[in-house]
Design a protein around this ligand. Structure first.
Ligand code: D5M
Ligand code: FE
Ligand code: ZN
Length: 498
């Protein structure tokens, strides 16, 4: 029997005000630096704070609680939990055979873009063609230019969004363009909500009634995914992680080391050790290192100030992972590759530092793991998507993944914070249906099945940075989703706790 532990965690994000008030309730004054220290504590929740204050009240004699006095009390051993939604299951432990890993689509070595106007034209044509092909399976569309000629009463069209605005009457006007022309689509009633959440460059189908020069929409159709109930049923497990940020002084080394010990079968209960034994590969969805010069003032938050040193440390840590496990390493915006997406794999200079079981891929990359099709993408576009759609939130990152799946495009906003490399073929289109889509970047955890596709955001190994504190982003570090064996999903948590 597997014990299912549902513990409250630091995910609740206690604010400095909460901490100060808790101390004040017990007649204690706390130094601001000590408040910061507690805020950064991975394991802090209401219960652990209460028990900490209990201990302090026993020893404190009315002095201000300083960071130094907290130090000994909070220096705890790292801990780990497994959460899963299944009571128990059995599987065959003897899984010696290697899984076949094949990198299927990746920009590495195939980049041809120079960033000129022609590249952009080619790129957006490729995006339109790929997505229109998906939509044509569901609608009988006609070219936009033919609307003015044949003047049908009702029509279906496919186009790329090139502008959205609210009209004075509270409806939405969507400018839609295909290769033949442009038309204004009017979204009224319930469709206004869909129109208000359009991100800017999505390819859509619209069915509607022609009224003068406008098409009054009665249906707006996203490329989306078909419903798919099938789940890969394999006897091995895949681990997903991201945003390790080696080199940052907020890197959570103890939690990370515990994770590595778990992979080596050295820690955990019987269930977790058996699970570790089943791990055949690990995906890393970017931000392997913290990088250098990524944001202003970053040098103050770095423990290793040169990029080479950061990758050396990363490589050393990867060496601690059992060699029978393949590591698929994809870069993010903190890594030493071009920022524009799609990003190629790490250059040789850094890639060669890593052990042989590391497979370097680009961002995004499609990787087939013994029949499980994984799409790995760092997730930079989520900042733009979460900003644009008010119902989305950093604390629930899988909902942003659902938005990219609906649009079948990893970066459906152009001109925001995600720089685009206008490659001739748009490799950011989700033109196939993955079994798993794995992202990171926002440093929070989430996993759910959307139309049969497992959507995962794999948190981080970095505690809250000064910048994230300012924008109120509460990371959930040390959460590790593990998929399989037998199509099951586990959530492991490695954290320092009392
Ligand atoms: O990004 C981690 C998270 O923090 C991600 O959601 C973006 C946010 N972040 C980090 N730096 C910035 C800046 N400069 N502006 C806006 N949002 C930011 P990571 O890629 O790990 O830094
Ligand atoms: Fe990151
Ligand atoms: Zn990132």
């Amino acid at each position: 029997m597997v014990k299912v532990e549902i513990k409250s965690s630091n995910d609740v994000g206690l604010s400095s005000l909460d901490i100060v008030s808790k101390f004040a309730e017990r007649g204690l004054n706390i130094h601001p630096k000590a408040v910061r220290m507690l805020e950064r504590l991975e394991s802090l929740n209401v219960e652990s704070l209460d028990s900490l204050i209990d201990k302090i009240s026993m020893t404190s004699r009315g002095a201000v609680v300083t960071p130094e006095s907290l130090q000994d009390l909070i220096r705890n051993k790292p801990k780990m939990d497994v959460y899963n939604s299944f009571d128990s299951y059995g599987y065959d432990l003897d899984s010696k055979k290697d899984v076949k890993i094949k990198v299927e689509k990746d920009i590495t070595g195939n980049s041809s873009c120079e960033g000129g106007i022609e590249d952009f034209v080619c790129h957006f044509n490729s995006r339109f063609d790929k997505l229109a092909n998906i939509l044509r399976r569901r609608v009988k569309s006609i070219p936009i230019a033919s609307l003015s000629k044949i003047k049908p009463k009702e029509a279906e069209i496919i186009g790329i969004v090139c502008g959205v605005r609210e009209t004075s009457s509270g409806n939405y006007l969507i400018e839609l363009e295909d290769k033949t022309g442009r038309i204004n689509v009017i979204a009224t009633g319930k469709l206004r909500e869909i129109a208000s959440e359009l991100l800017g460059e999505e390819v859509l189908a619209v069915s509607g009634i022609l009224k003068g020069k406008n098409l009054i929409a009665n249906r707006i159709i996203f490329p989306d995914l078909p419903q798919n109930g099938k789940r890969p049923n394999k006897d091995f497990a895949i681990v997903f992680t991201s945003d390790i940020h080696f080199g940052s002084n907020a890197f959570l080394e103890e939690s990370w080391n515990l994770f590595i010990k778990w992979l080596n079968g050295e820690v955990g209960n019987e269930y977790m050790r058996e699970l570790a034994e089943k791990v055949k590969c690990i995906f890393i969805a970017g931000d392997v290192v913290d990088g250098v010069g990524i944001y202003p003032g970053q040098d103050k938050e770095l423990r290793i100030i040169d990029i080479y040193g950061q990758y050396e440390e990363a490589a050393e840590h990867m060496d601690g992972i059992p060699k029978k496990i393949k590591i698929i390493l994809s870069p993010g915006n903190h890594d030493a590759v071009r920022q524009a997406e799609p990003q190629p794999a790490l250059p040789k200079e850094f890639a060669s530092l890593f052990p042989k079981n590391v497979i370097h891929v680009g961002n995004p990359a499609w990787v087939d793991v013994d029949g499980i099709k994984v799409l790995v993408y760092h997730g930079r576009s989520f900042d733009d998507i979460i900003l644009k759609i008010p119902r989305l939130d950093y604390s629930n990152p899988v909902e942003a993944i659902v938005e990219i799946l609906k649009r079948r495009h990893l970066v459906p906003i152009y001109g925001g914070r995600s720089p685009l490399a206008p490659e001739k073929e748009d490799l950011l289109v989700i033109d196939e249906i993955p079994d798993v889509i794995h992202t990171g970047h926002v440093h929070t955890y989430g996993a759910k099945f959307y139309k049969g596709v497992l959507a995962i955001n794999s948190s981080a190994w970095q505690s809250q940075t000064e910048f994230q504190r300012k924008v109120n982003l509460n990371p959930m570090p040390g959460n590790v989703p593990v998929y399989g064996p037998n199509g099951k999903l586990h959530r492991l948590r490695f954290y320092k706790g009392s």
